[in-house]
Design a binder for this molecule. Structure first.
Ligand code: ATP
Length: 267
């Protein structure tokens, strides 16, 4: 896919986030099309993680609009929603610093993601009625299937904390997928991965997109960004300074200037 898709799944307009004297986001406009892999790049401190935190209800933006429209559903304003409510609307994310439950098994970590879509409540869990048992079986089956997708099924019963770093990152992706998202936000998914793990990650992200889930990722590995992305947004000092296809962005003088002096891999 080289051109932006017709259906807009995420529309962000004039998003501003002020922290005291620091304007971390300054009237940011971002549009992600259904079925796209979009990337957000920019030097350290550009505001990328702040943007994800505004989208996912962790920060309350100073101003601006956040609109999510999964295919076949009506548009939903994300402003003012809590993180769990944002997830219920079909937006899932992973974090720059891995946030798994280290003392739970790999399988249990994914099952927790599934529970935002299950119906059983406290009484069902206590009395274990037929419906709850059936639902639990479905959650286990679905969690296994997701572990297979990310290549971790054989480690299902291992403690999450015992997984190598790259595998922990893939487990975070499986847990995010368990929430059944329409749009998946990945915050530096390749951080700490070796070259072989990064190649596998490239294939995994493409496969997730081919399953119909749109992707927006923050990533410093330019080789991965250039190979994966349909569309790239470039930020600097809280503003969008460029956007376009990998080729357009690679040759944009503003982008080259923003990255001067940065310790990044060549594009
Ligand atoms: N909770 C906060 N309170 C005050 N300032 C913050 C807060 N969160 C972020 N900032 C500031 O906002 C700016 C953008 O930071 P942010 O972490 O979003 O950048 P980034 O592009 O994700 O950087 P990196 O690539 O290093 O992760 C920085 O100046 C940062 O210090």
């Amino acid at each position: 896919m080289t051109e932006q898709s017709n259906h807009t799944i995420l529309e962000v307009s004039d998003l501003t986030m002020q922290f005291g004297g620091i304007r971390a986001l300054d009237k940011l406009n971002i549009r992600v099309g259904q079925g796209e892999i979009a990337a957000l790049i920019g030097p350290n401190g550009a505001g990328k993680t702040t943007f994800f935190n505004c989208l996912t209800g962790i920060y309350k933006p100073t101003s601006g609009h956040l609109l999510l429209t999964p295919t076949g559903k009506s548009s939903k304003r994300l402003n003012g929603l809590k993180p769990n409510q944002v997830t219920e609307q079909g937006l899932a994310r992973t974090f720059q610093n891995i946030r798994l439950f280290p003392d739970m098994s790999v399988l249990e970590n994914v099952m927790i993601g599934c529970h935002c879509r299950t119906k059983a409540r406290v009484l069902g869990a206590i009395f274990r009625d037929k419906r709850t048992i059936k639902e639990e079986k479905e959650v286990v089956a679905r969690s296994f299937a997701l572990l297979e997708k990310v290549g971790l099924a054989e480690l299902a019963n291992e403690f999450a904390k015992n997984l190598p770093y790259g595998a922990q990152r893939r487990l975070e992706i499986a847990r995010a997928l368990a929430t059944d998202p329409a749009l998946l936000l990945l915050d530096e998914p390749a951080a700490g991965m070796n070259p072989q793990e990064t190649v596998e990650l490239d294939a995994l992200i493409t496969e997730i997109r081919d399953d119909g889930i749109s992707i927006l990722l923050i990533e410093h590995d330019m080789k991965l960004v250039m190979s994966l992305s349909d569309h790239i947004f470039v930020m600097d000092y809280g503003k969008k300074i460029a956007e376009g296809t990998p080729n357009e962005v690679r040759n944009n003088p503003e982008v080259i200037r923003a990255y001067l002096g940065e310790d990044i891999e060549p594009m």
